[in-house]
Structures are given as structure tokens and as C-alpha cells.
Design a protein around this ligand. Structure first.
Ligand SMILES: C[S@@+](CC[C@H](N)C(=O)[O-])C[C@H]1O[C@@H](n2cnc3c(N)ncnc32)[C@H](O)[C@@H]1O
Ligand code: SF4
Ligand code: SF4
Length: 314
């Protein structure tokens, strides 16, 4: 560990787990709290085997000063430039976020959107989670959550400057009704939508998981259809969606581009810990549908995976 005098980065809080001191990670995921006001059924954070214990009081979690100083040190050590702020629910700690976004060149705050959004300025991006039309969203994310989010997104204060992107996790349960959600979100002040796909545990046979990526393909095609219909609003790149289909999907996840590029920092008591990947420890890579994985893969280029890149698929 360095000291201010040695010129080495000061990393006050310990970082354990799969953390690699010599890793080059351009992107950091920071779970600022393990507290959350929702208990979504599909949530990978609160799965057994992931670092997710929350002390009774949110104030007993790692103190903001230690967290910020540790992030500053990790930024220097690893060249971090993009921060994805998560939790639990990150908006439970708005002051920490306000200070934290100053540390990184690019910042995204992923929130359940059930509390009014704070304006963090035009250079930050909000990703607000909604997982289907009201009945399906609420079956996953909890009764009344859909209405709270839609109300917040429809009543952003005048001049609110932080852009808002709604993210829907596509699952086996909601795949047939995504169009309804797009129509509803288009009525709000949200700027864009993206679709991520459910990331299952290794032995997941639950209602959200497809058995194989072949079985998932019709859901991907539905998102491709929505992308064609609402090209400027649905923000997944066409190539990233193409790469989610067989045979490309397995080629992408076999050499997951997010695994090496993203440093996940989960909270564990007074320190951070890095699980196997940003989706935790118990994951089935073969069926992973994380937006970030396929977006990064698309940036690397379709040829790498044997996909022909047409101008329409960029
Ligand atoms: C874990 S949440 C944390 C931030 C915030 N509480 C929220 O819900 O947006 C981050 C994102 O992961 C999504 N998510 C949760 N479980 C997932 C899973 N098993 N597979 C893919 N995405 C998932 C959530 O819907 C949300 O968009
Ligand atoms: S709101 Fe986010 S962190 Fe909380 S349970 Fe739902 S997906 Fe998980
Ligand atoms: S679960 Fe997804 S994000 Fe995690 S390592 Fe596997 S392919 Fe990558």
C-alpha cells in the first residue's frame, strides 16, 4: 500500500476476492451500498454466495471518505475512466454520488428510479430500471414500483439536465410484451431505452431463465424488431444484438470482454471485494445476456466472432 510521500496511490480500504492488482481495467462498477428499498426477484446482487450483507443502519457501511479515497487510488493504479455506480440502490447515497462522479471522466448511475432523481448535470447518464409493462414489472420488481418510476420519469423538473435511459432486463417472462413497455416509456421524458438480457445462475431453471441461447433467440429477434421500429430510441447497437444470437453468443461469452475490462467492487463490511465478474460469483456465462458484454464485443468488431458487419448492423 502506498503513502502520499511515496507517490504510489493511496488505497485506504482493502480490496479482496478476485481483484488483480496488475489488472488494466478501464471500467469500474461500484456498489455504494448494500441497502435497497426493493427486493426484485431476479436480482443478482442479493443472490446467495455474493457479497451483499447490509448492516442494520446504512451509516454503518464503509464511510464515504474511505470509499472516495480508495476509488481515487484505484483510478490511478488501474487507469479507470468509466464509473458505473450501482448497489443496492445508489440513490440512497446521493451525496456520495455527487462527490464520486467528480473522480471519473464518464459516469453512469443505475437506479431503480423509485425515488425522485437528483440532477447531476448533463455529463452523467441515468440508467433507470423497468422490467416490463406494469403487471410484469411489478411481479419482478414489487407492487407499485412501475407507477412510481413512470411518475418520476414523467415529472422531471423543468431544465433537468441529466439524460435518462431506461433499461429493461428481458426475461423468459416478459419477452412477449416488450413493445408495450417501449410505448409507455416513449410517453415519459426518458431519452432512450436499452435492453439487457437476464444473467442466470449456474443451475438456474427459474421462470426468467432460458435453457439455452438457442431458446433465447426469439427474444433477441423481438428486440431487433423494436430496434428497427424505434431506431433512435432503442439504443442497443444492431451489431451487439446480432452477436447475442447463436452461434456468435457463445464465442463472445467464451472470451468475455467485460471480464477483463471491468473491475467490480462489491461492498463487504469495511472493505470492497471483487467477485468472479460484475454479475457476482455464481453465473452461467454460456447463457449470459448482459448488455455491457455484447456492447463491448460489438466495439471489438463482428469479424472477431465470425459475424459479417453490414452497415445496418453497426
Ligand atoms: C443490480 S441493479 C442495481 C441498481 C439499481 N438498484 C437498479 O435496480 O437499477 C443493476 C441492474 O441490474 C439489473 N439486474 C438485476 N438482476 C439481473 C439479472 N439476473 N440479470 C441481468 N440484469 C439484472 C437490474 O434490473 C438493474 O437494471
Ligand atoms: S432495485 Fe436494483 S439492487 Fe434493488 S433488488 Fe432491485 S435490481 Fe436489485
Ligand atoms: S456472466 Fe457474463 S459478464 Fe460475467 S464473466 Fe460470464 S459472460 Fe462475462
Amino acid at each position: 500500500m502506498g503513502s502520499p510521500d511515496s507517490g504510489a496511490p493511496v488505497i485506504r480500504a482493502q480490496v479482496g476476492g478476485h481483484y488483480r492488482e496488475d489488472g488494466h481495467y478501464p471500467i469500474v462498477v461500484v456498489n455504494v451500498t448494500n441497502h435497497c428499498n426493493l427486493t426484485c426477484q431476479h436480482c443478482f446482487i442479493f443472490r446467495d454466495g455474493n457479497p451483499n450483507l447490509a448492516p442494520e443502519s446504512i451509516r454503518q457501511e464503509m464511510d464515504p471518505e474511505s470509499m472516495l479515497q480508495t476509488l481515487r487510488g484505484l483510478r490511478e493504479r488501474h487507469g479507470l475512466s468509466v464509473a458505473l455506480w450501482m448497489g443496492g440502490e445508489p440513490l440512497l447515497k446521493p451525496r456520495l454520488l455527487a462527490d464520486g462522479i467528480g473522480l471519473f471522466a464518464h459516469n453512469t448511475i443505475t437506479t431503480n428510479g423509485t425515488v425522485p432523481l437528483t440532477d447531476f448535470g448533463p455529463d452523467v447518464l441515468y440508467v433507470v430500471s423497468l422490467d416490463g409493462p406494469e403487471d410484469l414489472n411489478d411481479a419482478i420488481r414489487g407492487e407499485g414500483s412501475y407507477r412510481r418510476v413512470i411518475r418520476n420519469l414523467s415529472r422531471l423538473p423543468q431544465g433537468f439536465s441529466t439524460p435518462v435511459q431506461v433499461q429493461c432486463v428481458v426475461t423468459r417472462r416478459n419477452q412477449h410484451r416488450l413493445g408495450e413497455l417501449v410505448d409507455a416509456v416513449r410517453e415519459t421524458q426518458a431519452n432512450w431505452m436499452t435492453f439487457s438480457f437476464y444473467v442466470p445462475r449456474a443451475s438456474d431453471t427459474g421462470p426468467d431463465a432460458w435453457a439455452t441461447v438457442e431458446e433465447r433467440a426469439s427474444a433477441v429477434r423481438e428486440v431487433q424488431r423494436l430496434k428497427e421500429k424505434y431506431a433512435g430510441f432503442v439504443r442497443n447497437s444492431s451489431l451487439s444484438l446480432e452477436l447475442m444470437l447463436p452461434p456468435y453468443a457463445r464465442r463472445v461469452t467464451d472470451a468475455c470482454p467485460a471480464h477483463d475490462a471491468i473491475l467490480p467492487l462489491y461492498l463487504e463490511g469495511d472493505h470492497f471485494t471483487t467477485p468472479f465478474c460484475c454479475y457476482g460469483n455464481d453465473v452461467d456465462c454460456d447463457r449470459c445476456g448482459a448488455w455491457v458484454v455484447f456492447q463491448l464485443a460489438a466495439r471489438l468488431g463482428g469479424e472477431r466472432y465470425g459475424a459479417i458487419e453490414t452497415p445496418a448492423a453497426t
